[in-house]
Design a protein around this ligand. Sequence first.
Ligand code: ORX
Length: 445
Amino acid sequence: MKSMKYEKHMRGPSVHHTIKETIAGGLEDPFYVVEVEDILRKHKNWLHKMPRIRPFYAVKCNQQPIMLETLAALGIGFDCASKAEIDTVLSMGVLPSNIIYANPCKTRSYIKHAAENSVDLMTFDNVEELYKVAALHPKARLILRLKVDDSHSVCRFSMKFGADPAKAHLLLEEAKRLELNVVGISFHVGSGCESASSFSDAISDARRVFDIGLRMGFDMNILDIGGGFPGTSDPRVSFDEIAFAVNQALDKHFPAVDDDGQETKISIIAEPGRYYAASAFTLVANVIAKRVQDIPEEGRQEIMYYLNDGVYGSFNCIIFDHWDVHPKALLSSSELLFRQYYPSVVWGPTCDSMDCIKRDVILPEMEVGEWLYFPEMGAYTIAAASNFNGFQIPTVKYNVTPQIMEILRHLPSWPRIAKVLDVPVMERSFAVSMEHPVGGCIPVH
Ligand code: ORX
């Protein structure tokens, strides 16, 4: 596999090939191309940079079967927030012990469902939740989610979730009274984090409450450092910087061995979503309409393009994830060179004036029927896309190079992955033609 060093926003030539091949099929609807290698590359990087931390992928971020099946094949755990997410993951053959039900405010029937399916690990941050768990799943292994300083993050949710560390002892006392089993501490620094120190500070806060739990006699053995790890190539603070800060803070507050050289036996886990999903997905949308606007006050023109995907579809990330997207023209290099460039506005297809994808962007002049593409669109996009106004949610195409196909083919879960990729499961070895990265599996006789 290639190293993580890839140019900003550049996807491999084979992704472009898959895009061109899809369009050549005469399609007009928007679609994604998933670069499966990117998911594997991300995991390799995670293992390399934070070897002590076991990831539990946050299913909410992107529940496409290719994401879930590939990650399950890699042995990653799953962070589920609802009954449906738990059922999806269990139906893939993932063991209940590889699931954390990481929603501190759970529906009662979902807690019961978790209990019936042996999903034991779950988070809480309030006393009412303890009463529900005591009644419905008394054997649960509970993780206390703390409120941490999320002031450096774009998506902040300490307003919604997390117990105040100063009052955490009260919750632990109540858990003790209810004879519940608290096993760890978690936090989420928020997403789009601008400072690696948010993680180190949170780890230090977690240690203090961890010790309170230990003193109360709980068998504290899990630290869950949540999500918020960047997944795109131009984050505010890099994954490497965060990994460095996290490793340093863990060495200080949760060392792998104690002063006597004994293993401390504390499992460190995390709940990354966007880290795994963002960069593997490239969205391609069609220019369905175009208007040239005069701006007399400024003595210039602006071109407005209307695409067949918008903020009610994939671009819901602009609203719910404060995301800034980067449209690129799907043109050859000579077309890019010779076309006129204009200030442009890119709109979605619905009859809603809020449905704006990007203002003030300079684009080469595009014609109706041509395509724009948006790299790194895998996180919180298709997962929450709707059919509002009758527009279609994009379909998903796969880009799998022969080398990656060969790796996947040797995984025990290959038959399931083959089903997702819609390629035949063959017992004998086969070659894959480079011209047809997925569709062209050729059996070798
Ligand atoms: O980042 C956020 O605001 C929302 N939370 C995602 C989330 C993740 C992991 N654990 C829990 C979560 O709520 C409990 C994953 O976070 P990330 O993808 O940043 O690694 C999602 C916001 C969507 N708009």
